[in-house]
Design a protein around this ligand. Structure first.
Ligand code: SF4
Length: 393
C-alpha cells in the first residue's frame, strides 16, 4: 500500500512465526532494498517501508517465493489467527494449545481454498485466548476461542473443564444493527474448535454478502474518516491502567514446559528492528521464533545453559531483555518525517518520554490528534497539533 513516505509491505505470518533462515534472508533483503527497519505491529505482523517503488515488484516476488507472503488477499485472511506468543510452550498454559492453533490455521486455510467465493471481512481475525500466557487484546477480534479451564487446572477426560468456548468477538454486529445477527457462543471439545471457528467464518462472510461487515467500533466514527480528528475525542479522565500492563510478562525469561529450556521475550524500541538486530535474532538457538502482539519477539525453548550468552548478544545488538526497561512502555505513531500530518519527530520525542515515565505509566506519542496506533493500556498520550504542543493525562 502507498504511504506518505513510500510503500508499505505488510507480512502476516501465521501465528507470528518465522524461521531463523527466513529472518536472515529478510535482513539481507531489507539492506538490498534500502529498507531501514522491519516493524512489528500490534497484530504480530511485520511491515516494511520501501523507499524505492521500482523495487516493489521484485521484493514482492521474493517474499512470495520465500513463503512469507501469500499470492493474494484471500491468502492473507487465512493467516489472520492471533495466538499468545508462547502458545504450546508455556509451562502454565494449556497443553493442547499447539494442536488447537494448528487445526484452526489449517481449517481456515482449507475453507478459503475450497470456497474461493467466500468473502471474509477485511478485518477478519481469530483470537485464541489462552489462560496464563500473554493475553491478546480482544478489540480487533472477529472470533474468540478460549478453553474453559484455568491455567493450572488439569481437567478429567471428558469433563466440562476440558471444553472450549467459541464465540463472536466484541465487534460483531448485533441484532439491533441493520441486518446484524450475533450468533450465540458454542461450547465444544478441543477437536471441535476449528469447525466452530469455520461456522462463524461462514456467518461473517454472509454478513459481508449482506453488506453488513462486522463493525470495528474501535475505528468507527471520526477516527476512521477524519485525517486529523479532534482533540476532544481523547479521554482526559482516562484511569491509570499502567499497572496491569507492567505486570504482564511482555519481556524477560519465562518458564518453558521442558525444565531444561526457557522462553525469552525480547523488545526493540518501538518495535523497529534494523537488519543487524534481525540477524542477531536469527542466530539464537530457539525451538521457534514468533513475533508478538506487544511488538516484540518470543524466542521459544532456548536451552537454559545458553540463556546468559544469548541475552548478552541480543543486548549488544541493541535489543532489550530487561522487563523493567521503561522504553517498553512507550509507543509512537509514524510521525515526521514519514507522515505529512505530523508536527513532531515522534521517535525522538518517544526517546525523551521514556526517561520521564513513572513506574506504572505507559505513553503513546502522536504527531497529531488522530493518535494512530494507540495500544491498549496507555495512561498518557503525548503529541502536537498545529503549532500547539499538548499533553493529555
Ligand atoms: S497520528 Fe501520527 S501517523 Fe497518524 S496521521 Fe497523525 S501524525 Fe500521522
Amino acid at each position: 500500500m502507498a504511504t506518505g513516505d513510500g510503500w508499505l509491505i505488510r507480512l502476516r505470518l501465521p501465528r507470528g512465526e518465522i524461521t531463523s533462515s527466513e529472518l536472515s534472508a529478510l535482513a539481507d533483503l531489507a539492506e538490498a532494498t534500502g529498507v531501514e527497519a522491519l516493524e512489528v505491529t500490534g497484530r504480530a505482523n511485520l511491515q516494511m517501508r520501501v523507499p524505492d517503488p521500482d523495487r516493489l515488484i521484485t521484493l514482492g516476488d521474493t517474499l512470495r517465493s520465500m513463503g512469507l507472503a501469500p499470492a493474494d488477499a484471500r491468502g492473507e485472511r487465512a493467516r489472520a489467527v492471533l495466538v499468545p506468543p508462547l502458545a504450546g510452550h508455556d509451562r502454565f498454559g494449556p497443553d493442547d494449545a499447539a494442536d488447537v492453533v494448528a487445526a484452526v490455521v489449517t481449517g481456515v486455510g482449507a475453507l478459503l481454498a475450497a470456497e474461493p467465493h467466500l468473502r471474509l471481512p477485511a478485518r477478519w481475525c481469530v483470537v485464541l485466548d489462552l489462560p496464563a500466557t500473554i493475553p491478546v487484546p480482544l478489540r480487533p477480534a472477529t472470533v474468540v476461542a478460549r478453553p474453559h479451564r484455568s491455567a493450572t487446572e488439569t481437567p478429567a477426560p471428558g469433563s466440562e473443564a476440558e471444553g472450549w468456548t467459541v464465540e463472536p468477538g466484541p465487534n460483531w454486529p448485533t441484532a439491533s444493527e441493520p441486518g446484524g445477527v450475533r450468533p450465540p457462543a458454542v461450547t465444544t471439545t478441543r477437536t471441535g474448535v476449528a469447525s466452530a471457528v469455520i461456522d462463524l467464518a461462514r456467518l461473517a462472510a454472509a454478513a459481508v454478502e449482506a453488506a453488513v461487515e462486522p463493525v470495528d467500533t474501535a475505528r468507527s466514527g471520526s477516527e476512521a474518516t477524519s485525517p486529523l480528528g479532534d482533540l476532544s475525542r481523547i479521554d482526559r479522565s482516562r484511569p491509570a491502567t499502567g499497572a496491569a500492563v507492567v505486570a504482564s510478562p511482555a519481556v524477560g525469561v519465562i518458564a518453558h514446559p521442558d525444565p531444561n529450556r526457557v522462553n525469552l521475550l525480547v523488545r526493540s524500541f518501538l518495535g523497529r528492528l534494523d537488519p543487524d538486530q534481525i540477524r542477531a535474532l536469527a542466530t539464537v538457538p530457539a525451538i521457534a521464533i514468533r513475533f508478538t502482539h506487544r511488538r516484540g519477539v518470543a524466542l521459544i525453548g532456548i536451552e537454559s545453559d545458553a540463556i546468559t550468552t544469548v541475552t548478552r548478544s541480543l543486548e549488544a545488538a541493541g535489543l532489550s531483555t530487561d522487563p523493567e526497561d521503561p522504553r517498553h512502555r512507550v509507543s509512537a505513531c509514524r510521525g515526521a518525517p514519514g507522515c505529512d500530518a505530523s508536527e513532531i519527530d515522534t521517535v525522538a520525542v518517544a526517546h525523551r518520554v521514556a526517561l520521564l515515565l513513572g513506574p506504572t505509566e505507559m505513553a503513546h506519542v502522536s504527531g497529531c490528534a488522530k493518535v494512530c496506533g494507540e495500544p491498549d493500556g496507555v495512561t498518557r498520550v503525548v503529541g502536537a497539533e498545529g503549532a500547539r504542543r499538548w499533553v493529555v493525562t
